[in-house]
Design a protein around this ligand. Sequence first.
Ligand code: NAD
Length: 258
Amino acid sequence: MRKIDLRGKHALVLGVANQRSLAWAIGDALGEAGCKLAFTYQGERLQKNVNKLAQKYPGSPVMACDVTSEEQVDGVFARVEKDFKKLDILVHSIAFARQEDLKGDYRDTTLEGWRTALEISAFSLVHLTNRAVELMPREGGSILALTYLASQKVVPNYNVMGSAKAALEHAVRQLAAELGPEKIRVNAISAGPVPTLSARGISGFTGMASHHAKAAPLGRNVSPQEVGDAGLFLCSPMASGITGEILFVDAGYNIMGV
Ligand code: NAD
């Protein structure tokens, strides 16, 4: 029987806030497959949570990283290089928009709100990829980001984050094309609604999640573990022929018209 075995591989996982985070579901799936892990947290408030979760994989570096701080990004890659010598997998599970930009009219988005959302949620993938490839071995590597259907369809209140996800998905394709010759694959999972810390910041999230569950072919929402398993697949050699792909893990919701 074939099984995913990632012993000898090293992954950097950005975006764990707590045990509900999709980054944790993906990191945990990679860890259970034998991959060595490094985690980051944004802000001291989350440090304790991430330290506690990382204990499941003893020896995993846990580092501060706000993607808007070049100093912290430098610190992360210096530590990964020192501890791991190489990096096989980068998981980007980061998004942020100001609370006032996740409700009301899209046309009220300010330049500052737009810059914040697109810098943290989309540009960071480009920048972190550029840093990560320096540590990726000759056999190549895998980069994974997290996106949502609002990149393509209008979702009330998602507003500027839809623009950020559209930019992120474009970046996935652009990076995949550029890094293909180096055997580095770049993909994204478009997850259905999961009640995480960030998701709860979107006005009307609970109603949206129950609409998804009713309309999805599977008649339910997805679990973080299902997103984690899909992430494990995309980062593993089982997906060696897949790059530039946006894989829906949404109980089939995206295929529905009426
Ligand atoms: P989460 O709140 O657990 O994770 C979001 C993470 O982004 C947090 O760890 C937060 O610290 C981090 N972050 C925010 N600003 C940052 C910054 N400046 N620097 C570094 N990190 C920063 O929520 P989640 O739902 O697990 O979100 C992870 C990813 O999944 C996001 O890209 C999100 O858009 C995407 N996604 C989530 C859902 C959902 O319904 N939960 C659906 C589709 C896609």
